[in-house]
Design a protein around this ligand. Structure first.
Ligand SMILES: [Fe+2]
Length: 401
C-alpha cells in the first residue's frame, strides 16, 4: 500500500539539507534533526516571525524567534536553532534592514529557548548577547559557557543595562523562587510597532492549525485518528481535529478525556499492512479520546481571534502559588497606551493586545479559580503536589533580588 500522506515536493526534498539541526540530542524533541522554518512578516517593516515545530511523540507546537527592527539593524528575541534555512531568512532581512545587532534570551528557565542561544550567537559574531538574570537548568546546572554562549559579548538584562533603550521598554515578570531555580521573564515593549515581545507568560491559541503544519501535516493527521489502524488521511477537518487534540496535550500533558488503552488492545490494531512505517508509528496509537474532548479543546481556542490566556502548564506548574506575579506584570502593562500587540514565543502572533485588554485579562484571571486540581488539571496538579512533598518547590515563592 502506498504512503497515504501527500508526497513531498521536490522543493521540500531540496530543503531537507537546510533544515538540519545537528544539536537536537541536547533536547530530543520532535522533529528531532529536521526542522522546517516558517517565516512571516507580522508587522510590516517592523516585526518578523520565524517559527519551527517542537514537541514529543508528534505532539508538536510552534516555537518562535521574533525579529524586530531597531536603529541601525535588527534584534533577535527568543533564540531558535540556526538551521541553514533559518539563517538564510535572517540574512535576507539583514540585506534589507541592516545587521543583527543584538540577540536576547529573555527567560531565566525555558530550556527550549536557552539551548539554541550559543549556536545562534555564533552565526552573528558581532551581535551583543543579552540574557535574563538568574539563568539555570534542571536537573543539571549547565553554565551558559558550556552551552556555547560567548561570555565576552554577553550581558545580563537590567543588571548591565538593556539593549536599544531609545525605542524599547523592558518590563520584568518576576523574579520568583521556584526552589529548583528562578522564574523570570523580561518582556520588551518595542515602541515603533507597539508590540510586546514575550516568551511563555501568555499564549494565544486559534482553532485553525498554524501555517507551519502546511509543510508537513503528519503530527495533525496522526492525532486526528481514533485508532492506530486507521490511515493518516488528509482533510481540513482532520487537520483541525488533530490540532485541537495537540492543543489539549500541550496544555494539560494528560487531558481528562484521554484514556490510555490496555496494551493488548493497542497491539491488536498495530503492525497491520500499510501501517508498517515510522510515519504511522507502526499503527501504535496509545490514546483513546472520550466524549467531551471537543468542548475541552474549544475552551482553550478562539475561532474569530486567538484566545489569549496563561498556559495551563505555566499556571499549574510554575505559578500555582504566585498569581500575584502575573497581576503585577499586567498592571504595569495597563499604563502603556502605546501597547497594541502581543508576540509570544509559542502559538499565534501577533495578538491584538491593548492596555484595556491587559486590564480585562487581569480581572478575568482574578475571578477564575487559579491553578485548580480537578478535571483536566488533575495530572498537572499531581506533579506539583509531588514536587511540593519532595521539597523541590516552595509553598510560597520568595522574591529574589
Ligand atoms: Fe517556551
Amino acid at each position: 500500500m502506498s504512503d497515504p500522506l501527500p508526497q513531498q515536493t521536490n522543493e521540500a526534498n531540496a530543503s531537507v539539507r537546510e533544515q538540519r539541526w545537528p544539536w537536537w540530542p541536547l533536547l530530543p524533541l520532535y522533529p528531532y534533526g529536521q526542522r522546517a522554518t516558517h517565516v512571516e512578516e507580522l508587522i510590516p517593516g517592523q516585526v518578523w516571525s520565524f517559527e519551527q515545530l517542537q514537541g514529543v511523540y508528534y505532539v508538536a507546537v510552534p516555537i518562535r524567534l521574533t525579529v524586530v527592527k531597531v536603529p541601525g539593524g535588527l534584534m533577535l528575541v527568543n533564540p531558535l536553532p540556526p538551521t541553514a534555512e533559518l539563517v538564510a531568512g535572517l540574512r535576507a532581512l539583514e540585506a534589507e534592514h541592516g545587521p543583527v545587532l543584538s540577540i536576547v534570551l529573555p527567560t531565566a528557565s525555558g530550556l527550549e529557548h536557552k539551548l539554541p542561544l550559543g549556536p545562534l550567537a555564533r552565526k552573528f559574531p558581532k551581535a551583543e548577547v543579552w540574557v535574563c538574570p538568574g539563568q539555570w537548568s534542571f536537573p543539571v546546572q549547565l553554565p551558559l559557557s558550556w552551552l556555547g554562549v560567548p561570555a565576552g559579548r554577553t550581558k545580563v538584562l537590567l543588571t548591565d543595562g538593556v539593549p536599544h533603550p531609545e525605542i524599547c521598554q523592558w518590563i520584568s515578570l518576576g523574579p520568583l523562587d521556584l526552589g529548583v531555580g528562578r522564574f523570570q521573564e523580561i518582556s520588551c515593549l518595542h515602541q515603533p510597532s507597539g508590540a510586546l515581545l514575550i516568551t511563555d507568560a501568555l499564549v494565544g491559541i486559534h482553532s485553525t492549525p498554524p501555517a507551519i503544519f502546511d509543510r508537513d501535516p503528519t503530527p495533525l493527521l496522526f492525532h486526528a485518528r481514533d485508532r492506530g489502524d486507521q490511515p493518516l488521511t488528509d482533510s481540513p477537518e482532520a487537520r483541525r481535529r488533530g490540532w485541537a487534540r495537540l492543543v489539549l496535550f500541550a496544555s494539560y500533558l494528560r487531558p481528562h478525556c484521554l484514556r490510555v488503552p490496555p496494551i493488548a488492545e493497542l497491539l491488536r490494531h498495530a503492525f497491520r499492512p500499510g501501517l508498517r512505517s515510522w510515519k504511522a508509528h507502526f499503527g501504535l496509537y496509545p490514546f483513546d479520546w472520550q466524549d467531551g474532548w471537543r468542548d475541552d479543546a474549544a475552551a482553550l481556542m478562539g475561532d474569530e481571534a486567538a484566545k489569549v490566556q496563561v498556559a495551563p502548564v505555566l499556571e499549574r506548574l510554575v505559578l500555582p502559588r504566585a498569581q500575584q506575579a502575573i497581576n503585577v506584570w499586567l498592571q504595569q502593562l495597563e499604563s502603556r497606551s502605546d501597547l497594541r500587540w502581543l508576540i509570544p514565543a509559542h502559538y499565534s502572533a501577533p495578538l491584538s493586545f491593548s492596555a484595556q485588554q491587559a486590564s480585562a485579562l487581569r480581572l478575568e484571571l482574578q475571578r477564575k479559580n487559579w491553578a485548580p486540581n480537578e478535571g483536566n488539571w488533575t495530572f498537572l496538579s499531581g506533579i506539583d503536589q509531588r514536587l511540593l512533598e519532595l521539597g523541590f518547590v516552595p509553598e510560597n515563592p520568595i522574591k529574589k533580588d
